[in-house]
Ligand binder design. Structure first.
Ligand SMILES: [Zn+2]
Length: 316
């Protein structure tokens, strides 16, 4: 089947209490690791591409890789999503290139400008059959060139539920990324974070059925942090969002959970291990291969945390 948008996925995720994993792709091995995992777990999938990924790999290469993934997995619904588009122009370009979903992140602008920019993207995207994710509130941490508030400040910049209702009603966006205490990157928190489940609940009470999105939701898994540090890396203070909290949010109105840092760490941990244990190795297949396998097993685990394993068929 061709690429799909996220409408059906979110409808089923909302109704049946799970979230769809949105995984960032930058090259062939990362994409293959993710796609092999969803194929085995029979999960719906959102592959997302950041502006940084577009620059690094070029869109034509990424789309060609994704095309193969789609052809080889006819039973898996796959959406291609722009992660953190910051202007109307980049969103338009992605719509024109065949993305099935785009994010316009104008959350750093004042409310009214965020509404106007988002509404303009929604109008163009919808007229081309593409869905739109928007963002309201400020996340913490740093992701590529997107710098959020500092980790200790996260709880002061949560999405305001009243504003969220007004924002959704006046923009017509299809899903909304909310700030509920998560944070981008590997160095999210100094202590275990508490997510603002009350914000999710308040929004879902007043917008029943409307899908919410959680960014900055990698868990910074201990097994990979330990491997990286054991084999010459230096990530001593990395800490993420506990998986129990992610599972709980997924059962609520959170229908999409973004994962990037955990992919990077799985790949890096495995490559470091191969290099440390086999210093004579110089065949890229001998370290990228195990890296890809590490991504696959990490993603399989995540799909279970999100509860979307076994849900591919109902999302078709
Ligand atoms: Zn994000």
């Amino acid at each position: 089947m061709p690429l799909v948008d996220t409408k059906k996925m979110f409808e089923m995720a909302y109704k049946n209490g799970y979230a769809v994993g949105a995984f960032n792709v930058n090259n062939m091995e990362i994409t293959q690791g993710i796609v092999d995992a969803v194929a085995e777990e029979k999960a719906p999938l959102i592959l997302q591409i950041s502006r940084g990924a577009r620059k690094y790999a070029s869109m034509s290469y990424l789309m060609a890789i994704i095309d193969v993934a789609v052809k080889e997995n006819p039973d898996i619904p796959i959406a291609v999503h722009l992660d953190h588009g910051d202007t109307f122009e980049i969103c338009k370009q992605c719509v024109d290139e065949g993305f099935t979903s785009v994010m316009i992140d104008a959350s750093s602008l004042p409310f009214k400008q965020n509404v106007d920019t988002t509404a303009k993207v929604v109008e163009y995207a919808h007229s081309n059959g593409v869905v739109v994710e928007a963002e309201l509130g400020q996340l913490g941490g740093i992701e590529e060139d997107i710098e959020g508030v500092s980790s200790d400040e996260v709880s002061k910049h949560l999405t305001d539920p009243d504003q969220a209702i007004e924002f959704v009603n006046s923009t017509g966006c299809d899903s909304l990324a909310v700030a509920v205490g998560t944070s981008h990157g590997a160095y999210k928190f100094k202590t275990v974070p508490k997510l603002a489940f009350d914000v999710i609940e308040k929004i879902s009470k007043r917008l029943p059925g409307f899908p919410l999105v959680m960014h900055g939701s990698s868990s910074v898994l201990k097994e990979f942090k330990d491997l990286i540090n054991k084999y010459g890396g230096n990530m001593p203070d990395a800490m993420g969002v506990p998986e129990e909290a992610i599972s709980k949010a997924a059962k609520m109105a959170i229908c999409k959970v973004n994962i990037d840092t955990d992919l990077r760490m799985a790949l890096t941990a495995k490559i470091r291990q191969v290099f440390a244990e086999n210093p004579a190795e110089f065949d890229p297949r001998k370290y990228l291969g195990p890296g890809r396998a590490a991504i696959k097993s990490m993603v399989k685990h995540k799909l279970n945390v999100l509860g979307c394993n076994g849900k591919a068929a109902e999302c078709l």
